[in-house]
Design a protein around this ligand. Structure first.
Ligand SMILES: [Zn+2]
Length: 286
């Protein structure tokens, strides 16, 4: 009798250990956007369960290493990769991503670059078999059945808008859950969008509210205008920026504007990778 009890206890212990192991490796169903620390550049992994959208790939292979730890080890497919605009600090790291993962869709702003690394990216995309699509306002990228990113920019049809700078053509995305119950339960991801873009978005009268703002252009002083902050009304901001970068990002003026609006700013150069949870009723830095 005593032996039977010991046996039952042992079986229960093994089952509990197995359950814990499955829980540890099996991805949860939360919608999470991780702003990777990739030095001076941008790379954001949006993930829910085994579905991913990678927004930009940073300046080098760092994002690939970050993906290796952030994604479930058995998941080798990234459903969507978005390149906000073709500047090296956003796309060079994508070359390795296309070589190491199966990517289903590759979304771009439509603008192109004339650089050997950019041609290497196009070759890697071609070899991967990913389908290339140009993002326009009104497009929606699904994150499985958890959530979706609405594309707000670039809108090339806008009259009197000058697209001299690829930054001004950045893909702008607003990510929220499908079962959101609050208009603030979102993150706005600005790429390197400029003040000109922010003004155009405010004039559009589209839903801009978001608890978390991934600020435009690494906190440069030419983005994150007070009018835009009023419209988004974030509680927290994330700045993707390299330590001691040559551009002086983030600009002290931008940090001041954020603090004057009561926004708590997180920086990848000081805080490392920043995880943002998008819940039904709010979004927040974890
Ligand atoms: Zn940039």
């Amino acid at each position: 009798m005593k032996r039977n009890i010991v046996l039952v206890l042992r079986v229960l212990l093994v089952l509990a250990a197995l359950g814990l192991a499955v829980k540890l490796v099996w991805p949860d169903r939360r919608l999470v956007a991780t702003v990777f620390d990739v030095g001076q550049g941008d790379s954001i992994l949006v993930q829910c369960g085994t579905r991913q959208m990678l927004v930009d790939g940073g300046p080098d292979a760092t994002a690939l290493a970050r993906l290796g730890t952030a994604m479930p080890f058995f998941d080798r497919t990234i459903e969507s990769v978005v390149l906000t605009h073709p500047h090296a600090d956003h796309y060079v790291g994508l070359i390795g991503v296309f070589a190491h993962y199966k990517v289903l869709h590759f979304y771009t702003s439509g603008s192109v670059a004339d650089a050997p690394e950019y041609r290497a990216l196009l070759d890697a995309v071609r070899l991967s078999g990913a389908r290339t699509l140009v993002v326009r306002p009104g497009d929606r990228i699904d994150i499985g059945d958890c959530g979706h990113a609405d594309a707000y920019w670039p809108d090339l049809s806008r009259a009197n808008f000058t697209f001299k700078d690829p930054n001004a053509e950045s893909v702008v995305l607003r990510l929220s859950r499908n079962d959101a119950v609050s208009p603030q339960a979102a993150i706005m991801m600005m790429g390197d969008a400029t003040a000109e873009v922010e003004r155009a978005l405010v004039a559009e009268k589209i839903p801009l509210q978001a608890d978390v703002l991934k600020v435009g252009h690494h906190g440069s002083r030419t983005s994150t205008t007070p009018e835009f902050l009023d419209a988004v009304h974030p509680k927290e901001a994330v700045i993707s920026v390299g330590k001691k970068n040559a551009f002086g990002h983030p600009a002290p003026a931008t940090l001041l504007r954020l603090s004057a609006s009561g926004v708590k700013a997180y920086r990848t150069d000081q805080d490392g990778s920043v995880r943002v949870v998008i819940a039904m009723d709010r979004a927040y830095v974890e």
